[in-house]
Ligand binder design. Structure first.
Ligand code: SF4
Length: 212
């Protein structure tokens, strides 16, 4: 695993290449926490454009916990059919709206414990909401961030959630806002899934996997 000095060096290099991400982002995926929460649940294993179609179709009919709860699961499934796993997600969305009303009066909570306790909301969804809706400097670990962390030796985990838990205490606070986007872009552009471009990687001298 990378030493504290190596981690500092890693983030220093990434921040030099894209310093605009050192500060809190100005744009968010949504200013409506409920719509954002439902969108994140619908996005699991679904392409962005399919998620958007499912989301728009659902919100055109019902866009509050009470309105969605008034639909039955089959109606919800029919509305979100554009995204994958729509039967399972319809059940999750229905249960989620019931829990939101019962536990939080229909308001999306802004703390990790309450979010993770909601049905269908795991570590990744929670991190995305905290980071992009509630303006908290957490690192959301998706497939790209997970791959980069494990290859580098920055954080270990068989799942994205495990990697997120391992990574959380290792990111120096001054890099907390940028870490997500830097690691994400590094995974998309350089440390790609099939053919990592180790020869072009600015982190190659720090990386445990380099060339292997
Ligand atoms: S050296 Fe290769 S494996 Fe390591 S982070 Fe860079 S691209 Fe990924």
């Amino acid at each position: 695993m990378l030493s504290t000095d190596a981690i500092e060096s890693l983030f220093h290099r990434l921040s030099k290449a894209a310093p605009e991400h050192l500060e809190a982002p100005k744009s968010k995926i949504g200013t409506n926490p409920f719509r954002s929460l439902i969108s994140v649940v619908l996005s699991a294993q679904s392409r962005d454009e399919m998620t958007a179609r499912a989301r728009d179709s659902l919100f055109a009919v019902a866009d509050s916990p009470a309105a969605i709860l008034a639909l039955d699961e089959r109606e919800i499934a029919g509305l979100i059919k554009a995204c994958g796993l729509y039967n399972m997600k319809a059940k999750s969305v229905h249960k989620l709206c019931a829990a939101l009303l019962e536990r939080h009066g229909g308001v999306v909570p802004s703390d990790r414990k309450s979010l993770e306790a909601l049905p269908g909301v795991g570590r990744k969804s929670t991190d995305i909401l905290l980071r992009f809706v509630f303006d908290q400097p957490v690192v959301a670990v998706d497939t790209h961030v997970n791959r980069v962390c494990n290859r580098l030796g920055l954080a270990r985990g068989k799942t994205e959630a495990q990697t997120a838990r391992d990574l959380e205490p290792k990111v120096p606070p001054k890099y907390a806002w940028g870490a997500h986007i830097w690691l994400l872009e590094h995974g998309k552009q350089i440390c790609r899934s099939r053919k990592p471009r180790c020869e072009a990687c600015s982190l190659s001298d720090l990386c445990e996997r380099n060339g292997l």
